[in-house]
Design a protein around this ligand. Sequence first.
Ligand SMILES: Nc1ncnc2c1ncn2[C@@H]1O[C@H](COP(=O)(O)OP(=O)(O)O)[C@@H](O)[C@H]1O
Ligand SMILES: [Mg+2]
Length: 374
Amino acid sequence: MIRFDHITKKYPGTTRPALNSIDVEILRGEFVFLVGASGSGKSSCLRLVLKEEKPTSGSIHVLGQDLRSISNRKVPYFRRNMGVVFQDFRLLPNKTVFDNVAFSLQVIGKSRGFIQEAVPDTLKMVGLAEKSQRLPHELSGGEQQRVAIARAIVNKPQILLADEPTGNLDPTTSAEIMSLLASINASGTTVIMATHEAGIVDQMQRRVIELVHGEIVRDERQGGYATASIPTIGPAPTTDTPASEPVPVAYARPAAAPEPSLTHPSAPVPETSVSLHQAAAAAVAAASAATPAPIAAAPVAARATDDPAVDDPAIDAPAVEGVLTTPVPPMTRPVLPAAQNDDPEQLTLAEKLGLRAPGEKPDQTGEQNVGPTR
Ligand SMILES: Nc1ncnc2c1ncn2[C@@H]1O[C@H](COP(=O)(O)OP(=O)(O)O)[C@@H](O)[C@H]1O
Ligand SMILES: [Mg+2]
């Protein structure tokens, strides 16, 4: 589904490559953690998958396509197969929850009818059905990230890329976000999540690819953040891990007090928090109880349009109902202040979400940072 062959990425003006001859393959339905210290190359990997950056050498295949063969004009269509979630949520501060999620469908020209069905279905899936008319600043950090996740999956992408999605959240809220991502993965979406939070990685027991200075030093099928096992160096081993793998035994560890700081790579394995255990168990139970309904790529509009008013009656709305039925506990503690209202970045949100190619809009701000956070 995603393959890097000898990928080296060198940014202009730097001496050391951000990624150095990476070989890796990620299969359909996998949940993969990309771990490593700040600057190790995690975000670069995600930006390369999105074709926001070009490799200096090597080839990348995503969904069967060599990225070199995708013209700039076609990049926005290509990106519709992918949802992206960032550490800082990147919601439109003056739009309601509903409108934030609807935004990504409007930009690609989906019909009003499609939007009216797909948005509530997706908000229900992420546990925010009751909050569709709220503004982002009226939500907790975890809820804001749920909105961002809803926006990323409302068009049923095949791949969800998450760059430090829990980086601004407390451990309990992070656990809830992880359970949501696990459920999305269980329904068939390939999930790649960059993080340097050891506790989360240890809890989830999924595939772990570890980067150090732009090189893969470990690729473990069911790893933790720090492991006593001998690291596997080199290309990813072929894995046939199914999307909805049963809960690993690690979840059964006895619960203990939450660990507030889980970010040090060499720290000992943190204790399981009660909430993570419960949230993850609930999510997995819900996911396995539900009929697995793979999130297929939604039909892509035949033409490019940036006009939100354009109606496309040819596109029918496939329901996402039933994919996740996990009850979501209310979250009352805001973690982050609302996004800045005067943030000029919102003008290029469509670019940041990969819905428009950078530079596609005539009134673009010229801003270069359109990808996942670093
Ligand atoms: N646009 C850029 N220009 C120059 N250097 C960059 C750019 N983006 C990332 N880098 C450098 O590439 C390396 C990897 O960065 P990044 O992929 O953001 O790592 P991570 O996400 O793991 O923190 C770092 O040394 C970083 O400074
Ligand atoms: Mg980063």
